[in-house]
Design a protein around this ligand. Structure first.
Ligand SMILES: NC(=O)c1ccc[n+]([C@@H]2O[C@H](COP(=O)([O-])OP(=O)(O)OC[C@H]3O[C@@H](n4cnc5c(N)ncnc54)[C@H](OP(=O)(O)O)[C@@H]3O)[C@@H](O)[C@H]2O)c1
Length: 335
């Protein structure tokens, strides 16, 4: 008989708010469908996971649900010859932790088309450190490159907002590994040495940067930008990217609003590109994981990861939501 698992469980009584609790024994019959059973070694507390764990509506679409967008583990039951038992794998996106059980438990049921077999250069800990944030940052850097913003195309740097967070930290590391210079914009200038160590060539205080949030055009100071915040931050970045520059919008840590005008688009030809890490083809994900494997020594995963045990995931969630964790919160599911 398949083993039970322990992990986080988000539930609803149908009327009140969602509730979170740790269950020591979730029977296999409640683990959901999936033709692969994966023993989870590491997961993460992403911003969305923190929302789910604290009962915010909008992430968990079908309670009851095990949260956890990211899972890094080892296949323990499989009928697929390409993914035999013992294969180290990673899952990010595809609705895990949102509309099907995710990785904040000792096992997750997966489908082969959602799973990436880890390249040998990457450990399971690397996989969870990179996770959804790495895919998002990787897609953003690839979007800049695809639209002609390369290290050679401009003397100006790339701005990264939310720089001390998960996506921001990995964006700085990936940009540096690809030869770009970058400016970290942060609410925590006390993290300057962390940010320059990841590759930022300059660190700007968020408050100082946002001095003129309502001005539709400011001086051209960046070749492109990778934004985690939305709101005034995204509007200000659009207003100071150079002609034909590119801004990749990844997140809404500040706001879902975009208080801007069409001027950056029609007077400077600036492009605003949306990044969605959840639904990407397997081929795109595989390319990104291969790229991470080839550059892992430059990605500073050990400095970016803050490890916590599985039973502390709920406790850390409010810190994640208020932007007070640094880098990635990696959850050690098995010791
Ligand atoms: N598009 C996608 O597919 C995708 C994937 C993953 C995440 N996201 C989104 O991207 C955002 C960042 O995710 P994450 O995992 O990096 O989260 P995170 O680790 O919590 O980092 C968010 C960072 O944003 C900054 N921040 C917080 N409040 C802010 C505010 N009011 N104004 C400006 N900046 C603020 C903080 O960095 P500083 O202290 O350095 O300023 C914080 O560390 C979230 O909105 C998340 O939902 C989107």
């Amino acid at each position: 008989m398949a083993k039970s698992v322990s992990g986080w469980w988000i539930d609803s009584d149908g009327s009140g708010p969602l509730t979170s609790r740790f269950r020591d024994s979730i029977p296999a019959s409640e683990m959901g469908e999936g033709s692969l059973r994966i023993a989870v070694h590491y997961s993460a507390v992403n911003y969305k996971d923190a929302l789910a764990l604290t009962g915010s509506p909008g992430v968990v679409r079908k309670p009851p649900l095990i949260p956890g967008i990211d899972s890094a583990g080892v296949v323990e039951e499989s009928s697929h010859s390409a993914l035999p038992e013992g294969t180290p794998v990673v899952i990010t996106g595809y609705g895990y932790g949102e509309n099907r059980h995710g990785g904040l438990a000792t096992a997750v049921m997966g489908e082969p088309e959602h799973v990436i077999a880890l390249p040998p250069e990457l450990s399971l800990h690397h996989a969870a450190t990179l996770g959804t944030a790495g895919i998002t940052a990787g897609l953003a850097v690839a979007a800049l490159q695809r639209h002609g913003v390369t290290p050679e195309s401009s003397a100006l740097p790339i701005a990264v907002s939310g720089a001390a967070g998960g996506v921001g930290s990995l964006a700085l590391a990936l940009l540096s590994a690809a030869g770009y210079s970058s400016v970290a914009i942060t609410g925590r200038v006390e993290e300057s040495s962390y940010l320059t160590n990841l590759g930022a060539t300059e660190v700007l205080s968020r408050d100082e940067f946002l001095t003129h949030p309502q001005r539709p055009l400011l001086g051209e100071r960046f070749a492109g930008a990778i934004d985690q915040a939305g709101g005034d931050m995204l509007a200000t970045l659009l207003s100071c990217v150079e002609t034909d520059g590119v801004v990749a919008a990844c997140g809404l840590a500040a706001s879902a609003d975009l208080p801007t005008t069409v001027l950056p688009f029609i007077l400077r030809g600036v492009s605003l590109l949306g990044i969605n890490s959840v639904f990407q083809t397997q081929a795109v994900r595989q390319d990104l994981w291969n790229h991470f494997a080839a550059t892992v020594d430059s990605l500073h995963c050990d400095e970016i990861a803050e490890d916590i045990p599985l039973d502390k995931a709920l406790e850390i969630a409010p810190r994640v939501l208020s932007g007070r964790t640094r880098g990635r919160v990696v959850v050690r599911v098995r010791d």
